[in-house]
Design a protein. Structure first.
Length: 247
């Protein structure tokens, strides 16, 4: 006998991502059990779903974590710009329900993250300066993007250091010479660019650049729905794209 289709709810259904998710859920064979924007009955929606997909705003994480953990509803979280406190609340929820987080649901970007870690491990900080550059549409409210921060963590992981201890955010004014071992991160905004990310490794004699351009937000919506299908029935814990993709 076939299992019943997964019931998926969407938090942020009125948004750019939410609208695409509403199309992607039924196409993947799941049931769109409902959705809410900024206002709406989260507890009622959580009770009617197996998993919710959340693309909202960092300010909503606290409330979502509490309600979803209490309801026992799986949580696929794509919202970016989370603070350390938000991350703690996500981890707390993950002790009670299955939570899947990704700063980017594109399989291609996650391959770039793996390659960035590999290059970070191979290209020594005293020969190759590592810099992260991202560009997004003019409506984006957080900077740098979650994906750019993930790229910084990937390079730092490859180098065996903590990203926070070597991160150099933006440059403006009399900055002095570049510090050896720093990982720079910078943001550009304009037009309707869906998301472009580069990791650059520059020595005195060469430059190696890894670049990913997202051309359509559907890549994120499809990835998030695949994550929801994968998460169904998993025990409490925090999962991510490496679990889903196997790299
Ligand atoms: N992980 C990824 O792959 C990925 C990809 C793309 C985007 N994102 C992230 O996803 C998030 C949403 O992006 P978007 O472009 O879809 O944004 P958007 O178009 O501005 O939509 C935001 C949605 O969140 C809702 N919302 C706003 N404030 C809220 C609150 N306090 N509580 C609950 N809901 C609230 C809005 O509802 P109202 O309409 O009622 O205001 C709307 O439905 C951002 O953090 C973005 O960086 C992640």
């Amino acid at each position: 006998m076939n299992a019943a289709p997964l019931r998926i709810g969407i938090l942020g259904i009125t948004g750019r991502m939410g609208q695409l998710l509403a199309q992607a859920v039924p196409l993947a064979g799941a049931i769109l059990a409902g959705g809410i924007g900024r206002s709406g009955d989260l507890a009622a929606l959580a009770a009617a779903c197996d998993v919710v997909i959340d693309f909202t705003t960092a300010g909503a994480v606290r409330g979502h974590a509490a309600v979803l953990a209490a309801a026992g509803t799986g949580w696929v979280l794509g919202t970016t710009g989370l603070s350390d406190d938000d991350e703690r609340l996500v981890n707390l929820a993950a002790s009670r329900v299955a939570v899947f987080t990704a700063t980017n649901f594109s399989p291609g970007v996650n391959l770039v993250l793996a390659l960035a870690e590999r290059l970070g491990a191979s290209l020594a900080p005293d020969t190759h300066d590592a810099e992260i550059l991202e560009m997004h549409h003019r409506q984006k409210i957080d900077a740098p993007s979650g994906t750019a921060i993930s790229l910084g963590h990937a390079v730092a992981r490859g180098r065996g250091v903590d990203f926070a201890s070597v991160r150099q955010s933006g440059r403006d004014g009399n900055t002095g010479p570049r510090e050896t071992g720093a990982i720079g991160i910078a943001s550009l905004r304009g037009g309707q660019i869906v998301g472009s990310h580069s990791a650059l490794f520059t020595s005195a004699t060469e430059q190696i650049t890894l670049t990913h351009h997202a051309l359509d937000r559907r890549i994120f919506a499809d990835g998030a729905v695949q994550a929801a299908l994968w998460l169904a029935g998993k025990p409490p814990g925090r999962y991510g794209m490496r679990d889903l993709l196997g790299f």
